[in-house]
Structures are given as C-alpha cells and as structure tokens.
Design a protein around this ligand. Structure first.
Ligand SMILES: NC(=O)c1ccc[n+]([C@@H]2O[C@H](COP(=O)([O-])OP(=O)(O)OC[C@H]3O[C@@H](n4cnc5c(N)ncnc54)[C@H](OP(=O)(O)O)[C@@H]3O)[C@@H](O)[C@H]2O)c1
Length: 248
C-alpha cells in the first residue's frame, strides 16, 4: 500500500496538502496527523482513504504509536510532509520555557524522528517535504526561537537532500513568507495583513511541483525570494528595517 503522511493536517497548509494529494490520486491512503480529531475526520470529504492519527507530536508516546503502525501495516511511504509547526511573536525573555521546548520539539525533533521512522519504508522516488519558513533566512528578534528552529530545519533538510540523492529520495525544504489564510498568524500573534502574504494554495502547489522536480529548496512568492536574497547579501540591520516596513 502506497501512502502519504501529512502532519499538521487539521488546518492551514496541511489541510490544503491533503486536498491536493487527494485530487492527485497517487496514494492509496493518506495518514493525517494533528491533535484535533474532528478537523482531521472532516478531511474525508476530499474523497481519499484516510488514516486519522490524532496525536500530539511533542509527546513521546505519539512516536511509539506511529512506529507501531508502520511496523504493522508495512506501507510504502511515497511522501512525508513534515508540516506541523508553530511560532509566537514574543521576546525570548517573556517566552515561557515550556513553550520554547515545545516549539523545538514540534518544529525540529518531530520532523527528524518521523524521517527516521519513515526512511526504511521509502523507496526510490519517495519524497520528503519539510515545511520551514522564510524566517529561516533571517535571525528575527521577537521570533528568535521560531526563526532559529526553521533555520535548523532548513540546513538539516538541504544536507539530508544531499545524503539521500543516491537513493533517489528527494528532500524539499519549503520556505514560505507569511500565509494569510491559515491559523498560524492569529496563533502566533503576527501582523494582521502582512504585505505580499501568500495563500495556502499558492504555497502547497509550489511545494508539490518543486518536490516532483526534485528541487531541494522551494521559496514561493516574491517576498520570500527577496528575504532569501536579503539574508545572503544585506547587513542584518538594513534587512530588519525593511522587514518592519512590510509587517503592517
Ligand atoms: N502561516 C504562515 O505565515 C507561515 C509562514 C511560513 C511557514 N509556516 C509554517 O507552515 C506550517 C503550517 O502552518 P500553517 O500556516 O498551516 O498554520 P496552522 O493553520 O496553525 O497549522 C499548524 C498545524 O500544526 C498542528 N500542530 C500544532 N501543534 C501540534 C502538535 N503539538 N502536535 C501535532 N500537530 C500540531 C496544528 O493542528 P492541531 O492544533 O490540531 O494539533 C495545525 O494542523 C508550520 O510549520 C509553520 O511554521 C507558516
């Protein structure tokens, strides 16, 4: 049985990924992971066979459940999308230690553990998409832990892409700028209407297309690309003053 696994499928990008994969009809089953069961169950409307896994990816037992299920079903994992993640616009001093650890667990530890669990079930032409962020390109004050966590995931993804090339397994690091129609901005306390914000559909279409082409980096939209270039060529102080102008 060929499956896709999507984390953070209960809202936003994850939900959109599932809808697009359902329309592609390439996978016999999609394993959907997030904490909110009802939202995951409602994805059945997209017309694909689902395996609903209402799990918290910051908890040890969730990985035991996933590992047990993989051993029992022995599927071919055609695609793993590590999408679950969160951030919070807040100073490091104010941010609670539990939240910091939880963010690192979800944004970093969970994708690495899931990749470890899934790799033995992947074949040539299997693919991994790790949802990073344009925040990975710039060390962002008030998003310090988040931008560092996404930078970690970006570097790891690109290195892993090199390692898995000989096995013909592609790894794509997806680095979107702000997305306006997911729950992320309101949960994070981010800017209400950031200039140049993308839609979830723009982002998932670009990511799936980049993954099919075997690209290791996908930066949808002009603002993400400018942030990437700015991160490489501009002094941080100038880059951050541009960022402020566009935060609105
Ligand atoms: N929106 C943006 O502006 C933006 C920009 C760049 C990158 N990103 C990245 O895009 C990814 C998807 O975010 P989104 O924009 O679609 O936001 P979203 O709508 O808030 O989706 C986040 C998903 O992660 C799941 N999740 C959160 N905590 C979890 C946990 N402990 N265990 C399992 N699942 C958990 C949530 O489901 P439950 O609450 O049901 O668990 C939800 O399905 C994230 O990695 C984010 O960092 C977002």
């Amino acid at each position: 049985m060929k499956i896709a696994i999507v984390t953070g499928a209960s809202s936003g990008l994850g939900r959109e990924f599932v809808k697009e994969l359902a329309a592609e009809k390439k996978y016999e089953e999609i394993w959907v992971i997030a904490r909110r069961k009802e939202e995951l169950l409602s994805l059945a409307q997209s017309g694909v066979r689902l395996h609903v896994l209402p799990l918290d990816l910051t908890l040890e037992e969730s990985f035991k459940d996933i590992s047990g299920l993989l051993e029992k079903e022995k599927p071919e994992v055609g695609l793993l999308i590590n999408n679950a993640g969160f951030g919070h616009v807040i100073s490091f001093e104010e941010e609670k230690s539990e939240e910091i650890l939880s963010m690192i667990r979800l944004n970093n530890e969970a994708p690495l553990r899931l990749i470890k669990l899934c790799l033995p079930y992947m074949k040539r032409e299997s693919a991994i998409i790790n949802v990073c962020s344009a925040a990975a390109f710039v060390p962002l004050p008030k998003l310090a832990v988040y931008s560092a966590s996404k930078s970690f995931l970006l570097h790891f993804s690109r290195a892993l892409a090199g390692e898995l090339k000989s096995k013909n397994i592609t790894v794509t690091a997806l680095c979107p700028y702000w997305i306006r129609d997911t729950e992320f901005i309101s949960r994070a306390g981010g800017p209400k209407s950031p200039f140049g914000a993308l839609t979830a559909k723009d982002v998932t279409e670009a990511a799936l297309s980049a993954s099919r082409k075997g690209e290791s980096l996908c930066i949808p939209g002009i603002m993400g690309k400018l942030t990437y270039l700015g991160g490489r060529f501009l002094p941080l102080s100038i880059l951050l003053s541009f960022q402020k102008m566009f935060r609105a």
